[in-house]
Design a protein around this ligand. Structure first.
Ligand code: C2O
Ligand code: CU
Length: 488
């Protein structure tokens, strides 16, 4: 940590810029069929509760012929199964820790009680079982789950602990969208896991943003292709990398429809040729394809709002081949993406009763490093707030809030682009730009257990770029250590 801070302090020197590695990755040969995570089995209890079982465990995986990589996975060697539940369902997940060390399982993007959230306050010791349960009460969305033990999140996610959690609802089901899992509705979990020549994962060389790998794995598959049988395919993109931001598009720059962001479908499709995702963010896209063609999903030069000289710190000058789509000679016709998707109820800035400011600098937020015994913010349940978030540095950060899906009121004082018009739980923070977020806190006040907000570049999070907020009943007085009794 000390070394990291020292390095941050000298980040402005030209010598450091010159040392920045710029990875230019050439084409990969798309030689491997894309693995699709299995759907997690579940059982229904007599009261209707849908029960899943997850076992984080040690494993080994061969990503390259002739090498073996020590990995971790849920119910398997690497990554985890996709959980699916519907709005209104009560779910329980029995998590039994088969690892040698402590872990947690956080349901990223989920609205749920703080004690079920799976943050650093819900550790699962080796061989112990943790059984959070809650009722799904939010729109259909592509959420995910991953470990969140304080200080160890980067290592555990990089080793392979991550999986998807799909939520379904009637509004989404009523739309003519591709939704056959693994056929025309395909998860795309993108990771630049740093795998060494000998096959082992080495993430100690972290630079400023964290470890940046030279090659991608997608759903754990290097150089993947997907056989497509329909004229449209829906890709659910998740950036599950620890540090790298991507700018996804196709090699022929064709347009596609972005239909969803972190917290669910957009009100209307965003026709675009590129979508940028920082760590933790998701996008659902639908792309059209013609019989017999091959088209590659790529990541090219994300606009990070940074000086070009810094680009190598986060892949700004990088190009990655991600996934080749291979259309069959004959395709089944898909319906056109509807012009209207789901209503997105706008949160009004005038409803915000409280404004809080968050400045990310060094490995701190508002000058404070994460302390599990300190409550940083106290929010009243039922209220709407405006959070003004700024990255005070010259390197990329992002901002993730547990429990709520927020809306973006403005970016640098301006109306945000269509890709930010829907529900978000994680947002990229360009250096020195002010982001105004609107958050509505409903349900689940708890006087003891906090939720987290943090940078989702996992090395930053592990090193303290995280804070804690409590949601309390109206009028409740807080006298916990460090808890402000009134909003700042
Ligand atoms: Cu995806 Cu607090 O994390
Ligand atoms: Cu950060």
């Amino acid at each position: 940590l000390i070394a990291g801070c020292a390095a941050l302090a000298v980040f402005g020197s030209a010598g450091v810029f010159a040392a920045a590695k710029v990875n230019t990755i050439g084409s990969v040969s798309f030689a491997n069929a894309l693995a699709v995570p299995p759907l997690a089995p579940s059982r229904l209890e007599s009261d209707g509760t849908r029960v899943f079982e997850l076992e984080p465990q040690e494993g080994s995986t061969s990503f390259r012929p002739g090498t073996t990589t020590t990995t971790r996975g849920y119910n398997g060697n690497h990554l985890g199964p996709t959980l699916v539940a519907a709005r209104g369902e009560k779910v329980r997940v029995d998590v039994t820790n088969r690892l040698d060390d402590r872990t947690t399982v956080h349901w990223h993007g989920m609205h749920l009680p703080p004690a079920m959230d799976g943050g650093p306050h819900q550790p699962i010791e080796p061989d112990a079982t943790w059984s959070p349960e809650w009722v799904i009460d939010q729109p259909a969305a592509t959420l995910w789950y991953h470990p969140h033990p304080h200080g160890e999140t980067d290592n555990q996610v990089t080793a392979g602990l991550a999986g998807l959690f799909y939520l379904r609802d009637d509004a989404e089901a009523a739309l003519a969208l591709p939704r056959t899992y693994g056929v025309d509705d395909v998860p795309v979990i993108v990771q630049d896991t740093p795998i060494d020549d000998d096959g082992e994962i080495r993430n100690e060389d972290r630079g400023f943003v964290g470890a940046l790998g030279r090659d991608l794995i997608v759903n754990g598959t290097p150089g993947p292709y997907l056989d497509v049988e329909t004229t449209s395919v829906r890709l659910r993109l998740l950036n599950a990398s620890t540090a790298r931001t991507y700018n996804f598009g196709f090699d022929d720059r064709r347009d596609f429809a972005q239909i969803g962001s972190d917290g669910g479908l957009l009100a209307e499709p965003n026709r675009t040729s590129a979508v940028r995702l920082s760590p933790g963010e998701r996008a659902e896209i639908v792309v059209d394809i013609v019989p017999g063609e091959r088209v590659a999903l790529r990541s090219t030069e994300p606009d990070l709002g940074m000086l070009p000289v810094l680009a190598g710190q986060n892949g700004g000058a990088d190009r990655f081949d991600v996934l080749e789509l291979r259309a069959a000679a004959t395709l089944r016709p898909s319906a056109a993406v509807p012009d209207a998707l789901v209503p997105v109820d706008r949160i009004q800035a005038s409803d915000a009763v409280t404004t809080r400011t968050f400045r990310l600098d060094g490995f701190t937020i508002n000058g404070q490093s994460m302390d599990m015994d300190r409550i940083d913010e106290v929010v009243t349940v039922g209220s709407t707030e405006e959070w003004v978030v700024t990255n005070g540095m010259t390197m990329p950060h992002n901002f993730h809030v547990h429990d709520v899906q927020f809306q973006v009121a403005s970016v640098d004082g301006k109306e945000p682009g269509p890709e930010l018009a829907g529900w978000k739980d994680t947002i990229y923070l360009a250096p020195q730009v002010e982001y105004r977020l609107l958050l509505r806190f409903e349900d689940y006040a708890d006087s003891d257990v906090p939720y987290m907000y943090h940078c989702h570049l996992l090395w930053h999070e592990d090193n303290g770029m995280m804070g804690q907020f409590l949601v309390v009943e109206p009028g409740e007085q807080r006298d916990l250590p460090g808890a402000p009794t009134s909003p700042k």
